[in-house]
Design a protein around this ligand. Structure first.
Ligand SMILES: Cc1cc2nc3c(=O)[nH]c(=O)nc-3n(C[C@H](O)[C@H](O)[C@H](O)COP(=O)(O)OP(=O)(O)OC[C@H]3O[C@@H](n4cnc5c(N)ncnc54)[C@H](O)[C@@H]3O)c2cc1C
Length: 382
């Protein structure tokens, strides 16, 4: 594994870092308070190509390697995680199902507007009764007698970016008795009759982006909206999630890095008992532990990404990276609140915001327990 970043990746990472410092960092708190990202900033993100990082060049994207994607995710997570959340569905769960299993005609039609950020994609798997146990989902896909359409019925919850999405990768079952072997993926467009957006759920953090319910009531989609064959949906979802987990892991590293920098600044300037609090070993060790864990986490992410770029199947490595990096980032956020003291508990403080925002990284795209399950399964049944 080459630890040096390729020159183009390094340069693009620097460009994103400058963009984050110049345009995103100054509005990080405003996004938190207002609950949305200003349109002018979204446009700047489009102009930089951020919506099409992983989409191949022939469909208008930047076609970044996995290592490149991880570098960008780290940088983009240094201001407010919502900036990453906004682009992450187009760069992962909301586009990859189509990229991996769509027809050439579907890709030519839908990937370019996703790459440019003109359209937003999302991924609708979770249901009220099916979270970690995704294979038990209840949304049905029933083929019509003439074989030209499917009728989708069911409801999805907490779907990231659904409120503004144009395209929905919907997971449904063609036969519940088949379990995971019945799962089938569909590409559903926003204006399809029968698809409606339900409640936008208030949440603990990530206030600048929304999650919403997606309701499918006799939603009729053409047969060619199916991604892959009937029964291939579960495998497709797992492949898409491998990628998503790596992206979250990299983001967790970037967030933790930003927090440790904020902790260092504060520890050097906050004076108690006549000296900066950094001069107390209790505080210095929190910084040392955090910095060490961040380096270990970054190494794990880069290794998984590098292996992915070599064409290896990296399910285990992506789960390891997500597990370690997200738990690490939450530990760092907890220490950051401690180092900031009471200030770290107050609204408007960076530690307070990241403490809340990062918590979900241990839950979605597979909880920490599910990552352990995936890793253990591979260890026990190599
Ligand atoms: C902010 C946010 C955004 C989201 N965005 C999306 C999205 O865009 N698309 C989408 O489809 N979903 C999305 N989700 C849903 C998310 O993926 C699920 O919340 C997650 O998969 C966990 O499912 P659950 O919440 O139903 O928890 P449950 O499955 O009910 O789990 C509850 C607890 O039990 C544990 N548990 C469950 N099974 C086991 C087991 N076998 N062994 C050990 N422990 C177990 C879990 O780890 C967890 O601690 C989002 C969720 C949130 C909070």
């Amino acid at each position: 594994m080459d630890l040096n970043l390729p020159e183009d990746v390094r340069m693009f990472g620097d460009t994103v870092r400058r963009f984050v410092q110049r345009e995103l960092d100054p509005i990080a708190d405003e996004v938190e308070e207002s609950g949305h990202i200003p349109e002018a900033v979204v446009q700047s993100m489009r102009d930089l190509g951020l919506f099409g990082l992983v989409i191949p060049e022939q469909y208008g994207g930047l076609d970044l390697s996995a290592v490149g994607l991880c570098v960008v995710m780290e940088e983009l997570s240094r201001a407010n995680l919502c900036f990453r959340i906004l682009i992450t569905t187009n760069n992962g769960i909301g586009s990859l199902g189509l990229l991996y299993a769509g027809t050439e005609e579907q890709k030519r039609r839908h990937l370019p507007p996703l790459a440019s950020g003109e359209k937003i994609g999302c991924f609708a798997l979770t249901e009220p009764e099916a979270g970690s146990d995704a294979a038990s989902l209840r949304t049905t896909a029933t083929a019509t007698a003439d074989g030209d359409h499917y009728i989708l019925n069911g409801s999805k919850i907490w779907i990231t970016n659904a409120d503004r999405a144009d395209y929905f990768t919907v997971m449904a079952t063609v036969d519940r008795k088949l379990g995971s072997k019945g799962l089938t993926a569909f590409w559903v467009e926003r204006d399809t009759p029968g698809l409606t957006i339900g409640r936008i759920e208030p949440k603990m953090g990530l206030h600048g982006t929304q999650v919403a319910e997606v309701i499918l009531e006799d939603c009729r989609v053409p047969t060619n909206a199916r991604l892959g064959a009937e029964g291939e949906g579960f495998g497709l979802a797992m492949r898409v999630l491998d990628h998503g987990r790596l992206s979250i892991a990299a983001s967790a590293v970037g967030a933790a890095q930003r927090l440790v920098e904020a902790m260092i600044d504060h520890a050097n300037t906050r004076v108690q008992f006549g000296k900066p609090i950094a001069r107390n070993q209790a505080i210095a060790w929190m910084l040392a532990d955090s910095a060490t864990e961040i380096e270990a986490a970054r190494g794990l992410v880069r290794m998984a990404a590098w292996k992915k770029d070599q064409g290896e199947r990296v399910t285990r490595e992506c789960s390891m990276a997500k597990l370690y990096c997200t738990e690490m980032a939450c530990r760092v956020a907890d220490r950051a609140v401690q180092v900031f003291g009471g200030m770290g508990y107050m609204r408007g403080n960076i530690a307070e915001r990241y403490y809340r925002d990062l918590r979900v990284y241990r839950l979605y795209e597979g909880t920490s327990e599910i990552q352990r399950l995936v890793i253990a399964r591979q260890l026990l049944n190599p």
